[in-house]
Design a protein around this ligand. Structure first.
Ligand code: F6R
Length: 609
C-alpha cells in the first residue's frame, strides 16, 4: 500500500528518492510521483506516472539537481489510477506539495468549501484538500500552516510536505499511518517503512500519532500538534533489510514458499527446548505465575494472519485448556468487545502495520486489556504499540500473497501454546514430545517440498473450474480457508473454504460433475468423519483432490488426485497441509497468466481500514 519517502541532505535527492521508492515497491502500488525544490524555478518540480517506479525513474532523468524532495507510491482509494490522482498533490501555485498515506474522511465537505472559495481541484483524491488547506493557512510559517490544516481534517494520515519557499525543511506528520525519520550524517530521510531508510542510516525516530516534525539536514524537531515538544527516542533499526532478491526463483511467492524450512527454523530457534519439554519467548516478560493467571486468549488478525490465529486458538484451547478464540480485527474493533483484564490479546500481523489490527488492539488497550504482538516486521507500529510480544522472524516477505509468514506465525503460536500448556496440565513427557515434534517441523516441511506430489494434475483440474471448494475439519478448517484465500488472491478463481461437516448445510448444492473439491484429511480424530464428507461430495460427481498423510492408502485410493504429506501430530498438521495449497495457488496463477507477486487490487501492507 502507499509508500512515502522524503530526503533532505547534502547529496542529490532524486536518485535517493527513487531508490527509496524501489525499496517500498513490495508494499503494492499503482502509480508513483516525486516533487523536488528546483533552485532555478519559483515553482516545485513534479513528475508523476501511472505504473511502476521504473517508469517514473525513466521520466525524471531531466529532473533538477537538488538535495531536497519528497516521493510517493500510491495505492488508489479515492479516485481511479490516473496520473493526476498520483501524489504529490500541489496547491494552485505549485509551491506546496503533499504526499499522504491514509484516508481523509471529511474530504467531501472540505473540498466543497475550498471550491466555493475559488480553488480548482486537479484530481479526484481526498489528499488534494491538504495542499489547498495549507496554502489557505500559510502566512510565512510552514509548520503552523500544516498544523492548522491538520486541525481541519478527520481521518488517518502520514504526510510529508514540501514548500518551495523553504528549501531547508520538510514537514512530516502522523495520525494512524506510520512514519519513521532516519537520522543520517548530514542527511535526514523520512519513510513510511524503515525499508526506505536503512540504506542511509539505522538511527531512527518513530513518529507517534498526533506528532509533527520539522526535518532539516541536521536532524528533526518533533512536537505534538498542541505545541508540546517531544523528547526524541532514537532507536536502532534491527533486522534484515537487504533488498530482497529472487535468487533464481521466477517469483518471490515461490521463493518464499520454498524458504519455509528455514523461516520456521528461525522462528523456533532458541525458543523450543526439547530437553525441558518447554519453550521460552524472549520478547514475552511473563513468569509462569503470570502465565497461569491467563484466563483466556484472543487472537486478532486479518486475512492469512487471522487464519494463523484460528490455528493458534485451537492449539491453545485443546493443549493448554485455556479458552481461546480468533477474531477478525475489522469486526472485533467495532463490535464493542468485552475485554477480560485477565485475558491476553495477541495481535497477529506480518507487516505490523495493518490498520484494522492496530485499531483492534488500541480498543483492547483502551479497555484495559493486555496486548502482545505476534509480528514479523521489527519496529513496526503494531509491535511498538503492543510493547511486548514475539517476532516471528520469517524474514522479509515480499510477495503480496503471504506464505512463509503464515507458517512462522503458527510456529510462534505453537511455542506460546507449549509454554502455556506446561504451566497447566501438560506433563514433562508430553511437553518433551510436543517440543520434539515442533522442532522437527522444518525437516518435515523440507521433506514435503522436495517431493510435492501431483500438484500439476490438481492445477489442470482447478484452472478452468467455475467454482472450487476447500474442505477440512478441526485444524484443517483454517487451512481450507487459507487455501481458498490464496487461490482467490493469486489466481482469481472463484472458491471458498468451508468446515467439511458444514458443507451439507448449503455448499453441497454447488457440486456438479467435475467440480474440484480440495479436501484436507490428515490422520486426526476427525479422519473418519471427514471420509464420510468426502463420500458425500463424491456421490455428486465432484473431482476429489485430497491432501492426506503419506501412507494413508485408504484415502489415497478414494481420491481422484492424491497429495500425500509427511505425518505429524494432529495439532501440527497445518504446517504440512497448507504447503500443497500454496503451491496450487501459485501454479494456477501462473497457468492463468496472473502477475503472481503483485496480484490485482491487493497491497502487501493494508494501512487503511
Ligand atoms: C493474504 C494476505 C493478507 C494479509 C492481511 C493481513 O495472502 O497477505 O490477507 O494476511 O492483509 O496482513 P498482516 O499480516 O500484514 O497484518
Amino acid at each position: 500500500m502507499c509508500g512515502i519517502v522524503a530526503y533532505i541532505g547534502d547529496k542529490k535527492a532524486l536518485p535517493r528518492l527513487i531508490e527509496g521508492l524501489r525499496r517500498l515497491e513490495y508494499r503494492g502500488y499503482d502509480s508513483a510521483g516525486v516533487a523536488l525544490v528546483d533552485p532555478n524555478s519559483d515553482r516545485l518540480w513534479v513528475h508523476k506516472t501511472v505504473g511502476r517506479v521504473e517508469e517514473l525513474a525513466k521520466g525524471v532523468s531531466e529532473g533538477p539537481e537538488t538535495t531536497i524532495g519528497i516521493a510517493h507510491t500510491r495505492w488508489a482509494t479515492h479516485g481511479g489510477v490516473t496520473q493526476p490522482n498520483a501524489h504529490p498533490h500541489l496547491d494552485t501555485e505549485n509551491r506546496i506539495a503533499v504526499i499522504h498515506n491514509g484516508i481523509i474522511e471529511n474530504f467531501n465537505e472540505l473540498r466543497a468549501s475550498l471550491e466555493a472559495s475559488g480553488v480548482v481541484f486537479r484530481s479526484e483524491t481526498d489528499t488534494e484538500v491538504l495542499p489547498h488547506l495549507i496554502r489557505k493557512y500559510y502566512q510565512g510559517d510552514p509548520l503552523q500552516a500544516v498544523i492548522r490544516a491538520i486541525q481541519d481534517i478527520r481521518g488517518t494520515y502520514g504526510i510529508a510536505v514540501l514548500f518551495r519557499d523553504h528549501p531547508d525543511r520538510v514537514i512530516a506528520a502522523r495520525n494512524g499511518s506510520p512514519l519513521a525519520i532516519g537520522l543520517g550524517d548530514g542527511e535526514t530521510v523520512l519513510g513510511s517503512d524503515p525499508q526506505a531508510i536503512v540504506a542511509h542510516t539505522r538511527r531512527v525516530v518513530y513518529l507517534d500519532d498526533r506528532e509533527i516534525a520539522v526535518l532539516t539536514r541536521d536532524g528533526a524537531q518533533v512536537q505534538r500538534l498542541d505545541g508540546v515538544r517531544v523528547d526524541q527516542q532514537v532507536e536502532i533499526i534491527d533486522g534484515d533489510y537487504t533488498l530482497a532478491e529472487k535468487t533464481g526463483f521466477a517469483h518471490f511467492m515461490l521463493k518464499e514458499i520454498m524458504e519455509q524450512p528455514e523461516s520456521i527454523r528461525r522462528c523456533l530457534g532458541g525458543r523450543v527446548m526439547t530437553d525441558d519439554g518447554n519453550a521460552k519467548l524472549g520478547g514475552l516478560n511473563m513468569s509462569p505465575r503470570e502465565l497461569v493467571g491467563v484466563k483466556r486468549v484472543v487472537n486478532i488478525g486479518c486475512g492469512t494472519s487471522f487464519h494463523a490465529g484460528m490455528v493458534g486458538a485451537m492449539a491453545i484451547e485443546s493443549l493448554a485448556r485455556v479458552p481461546a478464540r480468533a477474531e477478525i480485527a475489522s469486526e472485533f474493533r467495532y463490535n464493542n468487545p468485552i475485554v477480560d483484564p485477565e485475558g491476553v490479546f495477541l495481535a497477529i500481523s506480518q507487516s505490523g502495520e495493518t490498520a484494522d489490527t492496530l485499531g483492534a488492539i488500541e480498543e483492547v488497550q483502551l479497555k484495559g486489556g493486555q496486548t502482545l504482538g505476534v509480528v514479523n516486521v521489527v519496529g513496526s507500529t503494531i509491535a511498538r504499540t503492543c510493547g511486548q510480544g514475539v517476532y516471528v522472524h520469517s524474514g522479509p516477505e515480499i510477495a503480496v500473497a503471504s506464505t512463509k509468514a503464515f507458517t512462522s506465525q503458527i510456529a510462534a503460536l505453537m511455542t506460546f501454546t507449549l509454554m502455556l500448556a506446561r504451566t497447566r496440565n501438560l506433563s514433562l513427557e508430553e511437553g518433551k514430545a510436543m517440543a520434539r515434534a515442533l522442532a522437527d517441523i522444518p525437516n518435515k516441511v523440507a521433506e514435503y517440498l522436495q517431493d510435492p506430489g501431483p500438484i500439476m494434475a490438481a492445477v489442470e483440474a482447478v484452472k478452468g473450474a467455475r467454482y472450487v471448494l476447500f474442505l477440512g475439519r478441526g485444524f484443517s478448517y483454517p487451512v481450507a480457508l487459507e487455501g481458498a484465500l490464496k487461490l482467490k488472491e493469486v489466481a482469481y478463481v472463484a472458491c471458498e473454504g468451508y468446515p467439511a461437516g458444514e458443507m451439507k448445510h448449503g455448499p453441497i448444492a454447488m457440486m456438479e460433475k467435475g467440480t474440484p473439491v480440495i479436501f484436507l484429511i490428515p490422520a486426526d480424530s476427525q479422519r473418519e468423519k471427514a471420509i464420510s464428507n468426502m463420500k458425500e461430495v463424491q456421490a455428486r460427481g465432484a473431482k476429489l483432490i485430497v491432501v492426506h498423510n503419506r501412507g494413508d492408502q485408504e484415502i489415497a485410493s478414494m481420491a481422484d488426485i492424491s497429495i500425500p504429506v509427511p505425518e505429524v501430530p494432529y495439532y501440527l498438521t497445518p504446517f504440512l497441509t497448507v504447503l500443497p495449497l500454496q503451491l496450487l495457488a501459485y501454479q494456477v496463477g501462473l497457468a492463468l497468466g496472473r502477475d503472481i507477486d503483485k496480484p490485482r487490487t491487493l497491497a502487501k501492507s493494508v494501512t487503511v481500514e
